[in-house]
Design a protein around this ligand. Sequence first.
Ligand code: C5P
Length: 397
Amino acid sequence: MELNGKRIVLGVTGGIAAYKAAELVRLLGKQGAEVQVAMTEGATHFVTATTFQALSGKPVYLDQWDARMPNAMAHIDLSRAADLIVVAPASADFLARIAQGMADDLLVTMVLARDCPLLVAPAMNRQMWENPATQRNVRQLQADGVQILGPASGEQACGEVGAGRMLEPEEIVEEVVAFFAAKVLAGRKVLITAGPTFEAIDPVRGITNLSSGRMGYAVARAARQAGAEVTLVSGPVDLPVPQGVVRVKVRSALDMHAAVMARAADADVFVGVAAVADYRVNNAAEHKLKKDAGGIPPIELIENPDILAEVAALKKGPFCVGFAAESRNLEEYAQTKRRKKNIPLIAGNLIQDGFGGDDNRLVLFDDKGTHPLIPAPKSVLARQLVEHIAQLLTGKM
Ligand code: C5P
């Protein structure tokens, strides 16, 4: 429930992506937001008001002359009650009208009369998006403090491929959550590793660790929502890239090491969440090993670099945070690891508590001692970890 109690007006304008706005209402509601939908006349050609009414549990507003408002001031009342206005999809026409400050229907009048921030998610044909008029309007809106979400590139309803697709509803929800999050890492560069590494034995076989990557991805998302510029160096996992995060895909520990070392000096914070394989195969075969070649293939192991310890040893390196997944003696092992790698903070968890799932139990260990966090979804724990990091960075703890 990341949007508990937030009052959001969702404006829907005329475009085929309007059907996705229905899912957006549902997802915002699921996060605890109270959603009030306002549609343009154009939007009603794609989806009906009944759909939004059923999903939001509130009457939908379409018309500035709506007689349901006792004072006949729907535009004022609706925008006054909102913490945020989100317009998704935002058509080229809508962008043009609000860039000009027009007030010729309820939605734009409400936008003009607002005293809360405005996020818009454009959706239109690629040529309409690239048109100098649209680009000019977008620049004007940015200068006016409007936050533009996307658009994404890809296949469009018109059959063309290019920029102009609305962000997916899940991505818009992430942007809304980020909008409300406290910006405790504003201006900081955060580098994170996540997932397992894969150490090849031959082209089809390898050694790996069990790691879903979910904790690392959750930390990346929370750091970005806290205002950081986030790079996520990820081993092989099948997870969506958190909105606004730059992901660098790697496979082996050596790849991960190279990707991290190339960026570490520039980072303010490094969080090593990845389950890096301690060893790699020194005699990896170029071709697939054949069973009938006789005998058990000799696999020679060689130690991988300790990425976290190496980053922690950098002269003007980032603030380093480690993870310790243990099956017993959590405190003792985690604290020993923290001292050995010379890092200020380590997050420990017992493997049996959180492996692969959505929930986890984390205990933070730093110079001040032990800070157990209440068991919670990884997204919540990631936020608490980010807050702890921010406090240590600013010397408030
Ligand atoms: O030494 P151990 O693997 O138990 O320590 C775990 C912590 O160290 C994690 O933060 C992990 O990402 C990091 N690590 C690393 N490179 C390695 C091994 C572990 O960065 N080769």
